[in-house]
Write a protein that binds this ligand. Structure first.
Ligand code: YXS
Length: 255
């Protein structure tokens, strides 16, 4: 499910569950979390997150078969993928996503939460809650809005259609758009530069940047309202229909 390698304080985690299009199941995410913890314990300064091989799909996002049934929050705080997103944000070093192929749903959140993104022309990004009737997580929306202009986040969230690597470069989703044959060497070079810089300075910077981004004041009433907005959706008709349609391999009917 996962290929892990180390080279002079640079660690690589490669998704290897292509039969399920690298869907982020609890098992796969658990392995990623344990690897990140051991990398952090070992002082690994840069982590490259990629998929094994070059396939049309980088990751199909949250494992839909593991989404809770309608009426329960599909993205609770303790959801394994949510835990992974927080672990990437707090990893004490740079996490670089190396993307070949299309990225779906929560896997976009994972890639966007990495510190840098290197991609080739085959990359595309589709944020899909609206295809499944999922009320997205508040932290996910906050982080999207901290990285992208509102109209781009609106387009991603409201159409659930993929945007191309070219557009992702234009909007700053990816740092480098490179030819497929060069992506491994360019990612390794980028990792080597960061690895050679002050790990203490970078660790402090990353944590400061995270705290500044997260410092969005919300009143208690606003927090309750947000909870109600999400409860109404995951207890509603669309989420039940969205997950059922996926299981039945048919387009959802949202009326
Ligand atoms: O039928 P088998 O057993 O062969 O399994 C099929 C698919 O069911 C499985 N698979 C998945 N299983 C669990 N969770 C997934 N997200 C998932 N995606 C795929 O993989 C096997 C091959 O799938 P297939 O035949 O469709 O492959 P394909 O190459 O024709 O198409 C690849 C995709 C990625 C375009 C297609 O599988 C697809 O559209 N998958 C769903 C992408 C998506 O909507 N992901 C969002 C997941 S929900 C999530 O991330 C958040 C909760 S949210 O919704 O808020 O973003």
């Amino acid at each position: 499910m996962l290929k892990v390698s180390l080279d002079d304080l640079v660690g690589t985690i490669a998704l290897d569950r292509y039969d399920k299009r690298n869907a982020l199941s609890e098992d796969l995410v658990g392995r990623m979390l344990r690897t990140l913890d051991s990398f952090a314990d070992g002082g690994i300064r840069v982590v490259i997150l990629r998929a094994v091989g070059t396939h049309p799909i980088w990751s199909a996002g949250h494992d839909i078969d593991e989404l809770p049934i309608a009426g329960a929050d599909p993205l609770p705080y303790r959801d394994p993928m949510e835990v992974l997103l927080r672990r990437v944000r707090t990893y004490p070093g740079a996490v670089i996503a190396m993307v070949q192929g299309s990225v779906w749903g929560g896997a976009c959140d994972l890639v966007f939460n990495c510190d840098l993104v290197v991609a080739d022309e085959s990359a595309a990004f589709a944020v899909t809650p609206a295809k499944l009737g999922v009320p997205y997580s508040v932290s996910g929306i906050q982080y999207f809005l901290s990285r992208l202009p509102l109209h781009i986040v609106n387009e991603l969230m409201m159409t659930a259609d993929p945007i191309s690597a070219e557009r992702a470069l234009t909007h700053g989703i990816i740092n480098r758009l490179v030819p497929a044959q060069d992506i491994e060497s360019i990612t390794a070079e980028l990792a080597a530069v960061i690895r050679s810089r002050s790990a203490e300075s970078i660790r402090a910077y990353k944590e400061q940047a995270r705290l500044i981004v997260e410092a969005v004041p919300l009143t208690a009433q606003q927090a309750q309202y947000i909870h109600q907005l999400r409860l109404d959706v995951y207890s509603g008709r669309d989420y039940a229909e969205g997950v059922l349609a996926f299981e039945e391999k048919r387009p959802p009917d949202f009326g």
